[in-house]
Every structure is written in structure tokens, then in C-alpha cells.
Design a protein around this ligand. Sequence first.
Ligand SMILES: C[S@@+](CC[C@H](N)C(=O)[O-])C[C@H]1O[C@@H](n2cnc3c(N)ncnc32)[C@H](O)[C@@H]1O
Length: 219
Amino acid sequence: MQDRSGEAIVEMVDALTTNFTSFMREASHFDFLRRKIGPVLAKRNQARIWCAAAATGQEPYSILFTLLDTLGPDADVRVLATDISTKALASVASAVYSDSAVSGLPRGWLDRFFIKGNGRWAGWHRVKAELRARVECRRFNLLSSELPDKQFPAIFCRNVMIYFDRPTQELVIHRLVQRLEPGGYFFVGHSETANCARQELTYVMPAVYRKGDQWQSKR
Ligand SMILES: C[S@@+](CC[C@H](N)C(=O)[O-])C[C@H]1O[C@@H](n2cnc3c(N)ncnc32)[C@H](O)[C@@H]1O
């Protein structure tokens, strides 16, 4: 039987890949985002970050909340959230999370960034509509989809390359780095490396790399 709509393939991918994620996962990255990238973005009139394996949304919203907390609530911050799984992307768009999912968020963030569910939604929290609108969801296969048409000061591609063999990791990193600004930062998961891309990326700290050295030379 032919799968003309591609739905069967999407369902198979959803079944095979794990969407495990959490808010502020690998917290040192969000500290780095705040301390090192925040001041650079503060000098611009907009900040656009790409989260390239966004799963169910905890990572792109963690990026958004961290930057709004750092740059102020009126800062023009947007996150491109991509994933191969359409099911995961639907969760990013609806942005509804359980008590336990939001329990690790910094103090005060729940009130600032979420609305609390009532009635049958008691125990659930939804990201406020004006914040959901700042996260663009798009289906994107790291191996083959057409790259976004802009460059980003930071790209997160965390905890997905562990599923790929080394040549595939090299391909994915090479593709994404094309959409990283010179001097921009590339984040992988703490159990991953981008050491295979030494010609394009400089190691900064565990699981953080920088494209070229432009930002460093200006400091
Ligand atoms: C374990 S989750 C990691 C989520 C998040 N980045 C984190 O670190 O918490 C891996 C995600 O990668 C996605 N994924 C797997 N293969 C992919 C591919 N070829 N292109 C894009 N996303 C992919 C899965 O759908 C899943 O949502």
C-alpha cells in the first residue's frame, strides 16, 4: 500500500524516537545563555534562537523564558522550534505541562510565564498565549530538510545526535553550522560532542562550541 500523505512515515518516526526532555535540562547551558549570550543580544533590537530538536517544547520555552528574564519582558525574543515529530510539535504549540513537568522551574516563573488550569485542567499549566506566539513550530529533519533562510546567534541541537552514527553527526553539524552566525554558539547535549567539526567550531565549555572567534576578539 502506498503512503501518499507520508503520515505512516511520520507515525513510524514518532514511535521510534524518544521525546524525553525537561525544562532547564542541563542547567549550565541556560546559565551560559544568560551570562554570555544575553549581553550580546541586549545590544541588538531582536534575538532569534533556533532549537533544532525541540521535542515537546520544554527546551524552546526554557530558552525563551531565560532570555526574557535576562533581557526584559519587552525584548523582541523569538525561538524557532523544529523537530521531525509532528506529534511533538503539536505539544510545543499547545504548551500544556503537568505540575511535575514545571516543578523545577526557577521561583516566580510559573506565575510570570504560565496560566494555571482549572476544573478538569487542575494540575496543569499552559504557557501564556503571547509567549506561545513567540515560538514558531516547524517540522524539520536534521538530515535532509531545507535549512531556514536566516542565521542565528545560537543553535541548540541537544540529545539527538546520540541516535546518529558519526558520519551522520558530521553531516548534521555541518548543515546546522551553516545557519550559525560567525561567532554564534552551538549547543549539543552533555553526552555528545561536536569535536568532529573542529574546522568550523571552537570548543568553549562542555557541550558548547563557537563558530570562528569573532566575538572573542571583540571582548
Ligand atoms: C531526546 S529528545 C531531545 C529533546 C531536547 N533537545 C532536549 O535535549 O531535552 C530528541 C528529539 O529529537 C527528535 N529527532 C530525532 N531524529 C530527528 C531528526 N532526524 N530530525 C529532527 N529531529 C529529530 C525527536 O523527535 C525528539 O523530539
